[in-house]
Ligand binder design. Structure first.
Ligand code: UFG
Length: 339
């Protein structure tokens, strides 16, 4: 029996494949490689000494997904495949709704047809919208400020209803906070195309001299130093959370929602200072206007994941900075860097 990992060549998916293979699971990756990289799959093998099976397919392609399910004995699905750039989702909402929502529906449909009962979904803290921190799983979700967030909330609802209608299904919805860092080998990491929209890849590119300075979006938030506060979590902690979530699906039918965050909020300036301390490199920055759709503070109440999954984030902000920087130095052009 195998675990199907959609988006396994992407940032969080690839790190989770390492954790799954190290935990002894057999892994099948499905990825269309439009944002992920084939090199990431090779490196998963390099790290673990185990070769995941790989299908180059788009999860919105129902016939291709059906073929995959027909040809393999799949025990569980971990669904990462999706677009995740907030700004792009505002510019291209139809692309986002189609890719993220249809992909979820096609996979859930295949699970129903082939009797696959275990499903772990990559959701996001963005579904909380401007709720009061710390965010708790039982809060009423507020509309997200962008189509990307809506695709996550809609996918959560689709999977929740599908789990109610299919006896024996177990669905775990994981709401990620802000993943940072990289595998400590420096072989896997975040590889954004073009100008990074997320904070850490932007900082590492400034440190590497690829960009002149960091633009900090807003210095007038209602936070201790005026810059936005987020709950940063090491991507390998996040990966470990998926292994726990998968175990949960084996023992508990129904729908289970967990925040995967540290429970601690750091400001943009605190992250910049930590990066500077860890690497010894100064990060020039300029405080500019707020980015549309950003909230001031976002951090998790991670207690439920600890109580029910026995999981909590263990790695520090300094470790996230160290590992992100190691990845950037070893792979100045991401996976496009020549061997
Ligand atoms: N920021 C900057 N400059 C940059 C990039 C970001 O100042 O160049 C700031 C943002 O304003 C924010 C913080 O850094 O205060 C973090 O921004 P990111 O873009 O790294 O992350 P977000 O919190 O905006 O969003 C991330 C993911 C989303 C997810 C969300 C959940 O990108 O997919 O976390 O909290 F939904």
């Amino acid at each position: 029996m195998a675990i199907l990992v959609t988006g396994g060549a992407g940032y969080i998916g690839s790190h989770t494949c390492v954790a799954l293979l190290e935990a002894g699971y057999r892994v099948i990756i499905a990825d269309n490689l439009c944002r992920g990289s084939a090199k990431a799959i090779k490196r998963i093998e390099c790290i673990t000494g185990k070769k995941p099976a790989f299908y180059c397919l788009d999860v919105t392609d129902a016939a291709a997904v059906d073929g995959l399910f027909a040809a393999n004995k799949i025990d569980s699905v971990l669904h990462f495949a999706g677009f995740k750039a907030v700004g792009e989702s505002v510019a291209k909402p139809l692309l986002y709704y189609y890719n993220n929502v249809v992909g979820t529906m096609v996979l859930a449909g295949a699970c129903q047809k082939y009797g696959v009962q275990h499903f772990v979904y990559s959701s996001s803290a963005t579904v909380y919208g401007p709720n009061k921190v710390p965010f708790r799983e039982d809060m009423l979700l507020l509309p997200a400020a962008n189509p990307y967030g809506e695709t996550k909330a809609i996918s959560e609802r689709i999977l929740t209803d599908a789990a109610k209608a299919n006896k024996g299904w177990s669905v775990v919805l994981l709401r990620y906070f802000n993943p940072l860092g990289a595998h400590e080998s420096g072989l896997l990491g975040e590889d954004p195309a073009g100008v990074p929209s997320n904070l850490m890849p932007y900082i590492t590119q400034v440190a590497a001299g690829k960009r002149e300075r960091l633009y900090i979006f807003g210095g007038d938030y209602n936070t201790p130093d005026g810059t936005g506060v987020r709950d940063y979590i090491h991507v390998m902690d996040l990966a470990a959370g998926h292994v726990r979530a998968l175990e949960k699906t084996k023992s508990s039918p129904g729908v289970h929602i967990y925040n995967l965050g540290s429970g601690v909020g750091y400001s943009v300036l605190e992250l910049v200072r930590t990066f500077e301390q860890v690497t010894g490199i100064a990060i020039p920055y300029e405080i500019t206007g707020r980015r549309p759709g950003d909230i001031d503070i976002c951090y998790a109440d991670p207690g439920k994941a600890y109580r029910e999954l026995g999981w909590k984030a263990g790695k520090t902000l300094a470790e996230m900075c160290r590992d992100a920087w190691r990845w950037q130095q070893a792979n100045p052009e991401g996976y496009a860097t020549a061997e």
